[in-house]
Design a protein around this ligand. Structure first.
Ligand SMILES: [Zn+2]
Length: 265
């Protein structure tokens, strides 16, 4: 599913292929997919005749600056990808294969798109329809981006007596970490997912911060959130690829969680 690394790939795709192309028309056939008061008419009024000026990202939210002149965006188009959404520009996707997603190229799943004056398109294709599109997305509800979070910001995000994994996945505290990435980062950092966040020693928070930033960069480089070292072992009978201990499994923060009871403390 699209987590931070996938959305970063979509951002790269949008930056490389979608900027500076005048928008000729808007395709928004699914009213349910338009969020927070955004509707097809508003989208058309906001986008037609304009260009995408830049692609930015906060967590799993992709933001395309929209305007007529570089450096002066008039508004921001926010795209969320839910469980199965992909960004497709001129027919090619930013990520070839998504875990849990159908590989379908069926245009029935096109929830939103624009056509450029040159005939090309930018489309959000989302079989399960859990993503969404909105104008000027509200960033107040999103914590700092997990790829660029500072140690102080992470410390602040973890200042509660709640399972550390639950806090890492709370998008209002830290934006971009989903279930697979949380397990991978905690495994890399040697921190048990059920540890209370506020009780973590300073050294563990530092280690978590280091592995969060480097681990995310690693997963972006490898091409997605499902490419982690722990990922193939997250199953019954799975063993820790670092020390061979049998992995533990429980529901933490409402999500299926795998960890190594030997080196994660
Ligand atoms: Zn281990």
């Amino acid at each position: 599913m699209p987590e931070l690394p996938e959305v970063e790939c979509y951002r790269t795709l949008a930056e490389a292929r979608a900027l500076g192309r005048p928008i000729e028309s808007v395709h928004a056939p699914d009213g349910w997919y338009l969020k927070r008061g955004t509707d097809a008419r508003r989208l058309e009024a906001a986008l037609v005749g304009q260009e995408f000026l830049a692609g930015r990202r906060r967590g799993k939210l992709l933001m395309l600056d929209v305007g007529a002149a570089p450096g002066e965006p008039d508004l921001v188009l926010g795209l969320r990808f839910g469980m199965t959404g992909r960004l497709v520009v001129d027919g090619s996707a930013g990520v070839d294969r998504l875990l849990y997603s159908t590989s379908s190229e069926d245009v029935r799943y096109d929830r939103f798109g624009v056509q450029f004056g040159d005939g090309g398109t930018l489309v959000v294709r989302d079989p399960r329809r859990l993503g969404g599109v909105e104008l000027d997305p509200d960033l107040d509800r999103l914590g700092p981006d997990a790829l660029s979070v500072t140690l102080a910001e992470l410390r602040h995000a973890l200042a509660d007596r709640v399972a550390v994994k639950a806090r890492l996945m709370d998008q209002s505290r830290l934006a971009g970490v989903g279930n697979l990435i949380a397990d991978e980062i905690l495994w890399r950092a040697g921190v048990a997912p059920e540890r209370l966040a506020a009780d973590l020693p300073a050294a563990s928070v530092r280690r978590l911060h280091q592995h969060l930033v480097s681990g995310l960069a690693d997963l972006i480089e490898r091409g997605g959130s499902h490419t982690g070292d722990l990922q193939p072992h997250r199953r019954a009978g799975g063993r820790c690829p670092r020390d061979g201990a049998g992995l533990a499994h429980a529901t933490v923060g409402g999500r299926s969680t795998w960890w190594c009871p030997k080196h994660q403390r």
